[in-house]
Design a binder for this molecule. Structure first.
Ligand code: BTN
Length: 279
C-alpha cells in the first residue's frame, strides 16, 4: 500500500507538540538501517542519549524475540528503538510496562482494544500487530563516556533498548505465507489508513507515561497488564527449555513470569527468557 505523503516519518513532525518528559527527548529517523536496536546500542554508549528514539522507514536485518527475523516492507511500519540509559525497573517489569504502553497507543490508533500476549506481543482481533524486543547493552559512564578505571564503579550498569515493531500499512499478502494466519496490521483491522506520525507520537507519549507510572507504582502496570492479557484464565501451551507444557494460566509475576496450573499437576512459573508460547 503506497503510504500517503503526510505519513512519512520525520523527526520534526514527530517532535511537534510532543509533551513527553523523557522519551523522545531526541528523535532520529533513518531512511534505511540494519536494525534500529543496533543503532540504539551505539547511541546508548553516550549517557546524554537517554530517551533518544530512533525510527527507520526500512530495516535490512530487523530482528524479533528468540532469534526470529522481523519482517517489514519500506514505510509500512513503525520501527523504533528507544534508549534508556538508566532504569529503576527490572527487565521483566520494564517488558510488561512497554507492552501496556504500546497496546494503549495501538488501541487508540486502531479504534479497538489491543490485547497483550505474554510477555509483550500486541494483539488486535486475535492476530499479532506488534512486537517488542527489549535488549540491554553495557553502559558507558564517567567523564567523556570513558568507563571508570576502578573496577566496581557503575561498570555493571546496563542501558536498555526498547525495540518496537508495529505493522501499520501491511495487507494480508504483505506477510510471508506462514505468518498470514497469525499476523495483521492496523490498516487491516481498522479498515482505514493509519497515520504513522500520529502513531509514533502516541507510542512515545504512552511509553513516557507508563515508565513514570511503573517507577512510582508498579502495581498499576501489572494490574493493567492483567486486564489486557489474552492468556490470564485461559489455556496456554508453551515450550520451556525445549520441553512442552500445557495448563491454565492462573497468574503473572512481574519478576518471575507466567504462572501455569499444569495439566500434569502442580503450579509452575515460566520466565520470558526461556519460554516460547505456542497458544
Ligand atoms: C518480536 O515480537 O519478536 C519483537 C519484534 C521487535 C521488532 C522491532 S522493529 C524495531 C526494532 N529493531 C529490530 O531489529 N527489532 C525491533
Amino acid at each position: 500500500m503506497a503510504c500517503p505523503k503526510t505519513d512519512q516519518l520525520d523527526p520534526d513532525r514527530i517532535k511537534a507538540n510532543l509533551k513527553t518528559k523523557r522519551v523522545g527527548a531526541k528523535i532520529v529517523v533513518y531512511s534505511c538501517t540494519s536494525s534500529t536496536n543496533d543503532i540504539a546500542a551505539e547511541y546508548a554508549k553516550n549517557r546524554k542519549n537517554d530517551g533518544l528514539a530512533i525510527f527507520a522507514e526500512e530495516q535490512t536485518t530487523g530482528r524479533g524475540r528468540a532469534g526470529t527475523k522481523w519482517h517489514s516492507g519500506r514505510a509500512d511500519s513503525i520501527l523504533c528503538s528507544i534508549v534508556l540509559n538508566d532504569s529503576k525497573l527490572n527487565p521483566e517489569l520494564l517488558s510488561l510496562t512497554c507492552a501496556v504502553a504500546v497496546a494503549e497507543a495501538i488501541g487508540k490508533a486502531g479504534g479497538c482494544e489491543a490485547k497483550i500476549k505474554w510477555p509483550n506481543d500486541i494483539i488486535l482481533n486475535g492476530k499479532k500487530v506488534a512486537g517488542i524486543l527489549l535488549e540491554s547493552t553495557p553502559r558507558f559512564r564517567g567523564v567523556d563516556n570513558v568507563i571508570p578505571a576502578k573496577a566496581g564503579i557503575h561498570n555493571d550498569r546496563r542501558a536498555y533498548i526498547i525495540g518496537i515493531g508495529i505493522n501499520c500499512h501491511q495487507k494480508e499478502d504483505s506477510f510471508p505465507p506462514e505468518l498470514r494466519p497469525i499476523a495483521t496490521s492496523i490498516d487491516i483491522e481498522s479498515h482505514s489508513i493509519c497515520d504513522r506520525v500520529s502513531l509514533a507520537k502516541r507510542v512515545l507519549t504512552s511509553i513516557d507515561h507508563w515508565l513514570e507510572v511503573a517507577e512510582k507504582n508498579s502495581k498499576k502496570v501489572t494490574d493493567q497488564w492483567r486486564k489486557l492479557s489474552i492468556q490470564l484464565s485461559h489455556r496456554v501451551k508453551l515450550i520451556y527449555n525445549g520441553q512442552e507444557f500445557t495448563g491454565n494460566c492462573i497468574g503473572i509475576d512481574p519478576e518471575k513470569g507466567l504462572i501455569l496450573q499444569l495439566d500434569t499437576g502442580g503450579v509452575r512459573m515460566f520466565d520470558a527468557a526461556h519460554t516460547t508460547i505456542f497458544k
